[in-house]
Design a protein around this ligand. Structure first.
Ligand SMILES: [Zn+2]
Length: 211
C-alpha cells in the first residue's frame, strides 16, 4: 500500500493517489493540473480504477474529466447535493482557470458504502457542512481518512460559501471523524497531515462542542 500526494492548482489542493501493492489506485480529488497527475500515473505505473471526490468545489474537481478520459476510471461522489456546485462553481473560485467541469459521477455513493479497488477498502463517510454533499473516505485497515475540506490540521473547513453550515460541519466532524481511533491519520484537502487524536485534543475549533 502506498499513498502519494500531488499539490495542484492555485489553491494548493492535495490530490492523493492511494495504491495497493499491485498499483491498483484510487485518486482522491484530482483538483487541477491534469498533465502533472497523469505524469505521476505513468511514472509510477499506476492503474487508476476510481476517482473519489470529497466535494464539488472547483479546486477539487478540475482534473476529473481528463483523468477519466486517460484512464477509463470510474468517478464517485457522495451526494447529488453538490451537483449545483459542479454546474456553477462559486464566484469565489472564478479566478481559477476553469477549462473543463467534470461529467456527472459514474455513480453516487452513500454513507457507509464500501469502495473496493484491488485490496483497498474505503468506507464512505457522509460529512456535510463545508458543502451540502461533503464526504470523507476512510480506510480502516490502513488507519487513514481522507478528509477533504471538512477537517484540517488545527482547522476546519470554511462554511461561508454557498450551502455551507457550521453547525452541520461540527456535527459531521464530531460524529463521523472524532469517533475514529486516535491514531488514525488524517489526509486533508489542503495542508499537512495530522491524526484524529491530535485534532481532538488541540484543534481550537473543536473544543467545547455540546452536540
Ligand atoms: Zn472546498
Amino acid at each position: 500500500m502506498q499513498i502519494r500526494r500531488a499539490v495542484v492548482g492555485a489553491f494548493q489542493e492535495n490530490c492523493y493517489f492511494f495504491s495497493d501493492d499491485q498499483g491498483e489506485t484510487v485518486v482522491i480529488d484530482p483538483g487541477d493540473e491534469a498533465e502533472l497527475l497523469l505524469s505521476v500515473v505513468e511514472r509510477e505505473q499506476l492503474t487508476v480504477r476510481l476517482i473519489a471526490n470529497t466535494h464539488s468545489h472547483a479546486d477539487h474537481i478540475l482534473a476529473i474529466g481528463p483523468l477519466m478520459r486517460a484512464t477509463g476510471c470510474e468517478f464517485v461522489m457522495t451526494a447529488e447535493e453538490d451537483a449545483f456546485l459542479r454546474a456553477n462553481p462559486p464566484t469565489s473560485t472564478a479566478y481559477l482557470q476553469v477549462r473543463e467541469l467534470p461529467p456527472p459521477p459514474t455513480r453516487y455513493v452513500r454513507d457507509g458504502d464500501e469502495l473496493v479497488v484491488g485490496t483497498i477498502r474505503l468506507r464512505v463517510l457522509f460529512t456535510p457542512g463545508h458543502t451540502p454533499g461533503g464526504a470523507c473516505y476512510y480506510a480502516p485497515e490502513q488507519g487513514v481518512v481522507f478528509t477533504g475540506d471538512t477537517l484540517f490540521q488545527s482547522s476546519i473547513g470554511r462554511t461561508d460559501f454557498k450551502g455551507g453550515n457550521l453547525e452541520q460541519l461540527l456535527r459531521s466532524i464530531h460524529e463521523k471523524l472524532l469517533t475514529l481511533p486516535d491514531e488514525t491519520t488524517i489526509l486533508p484537502g489542503h495542508g499537512d497531515p495530522s491524526t484524529i487524536g491530535r485534532e481532538r485534543r488541540f484543534n481550537p475549533f473543536l473544543q467545547g462542542w455540546r452536540g
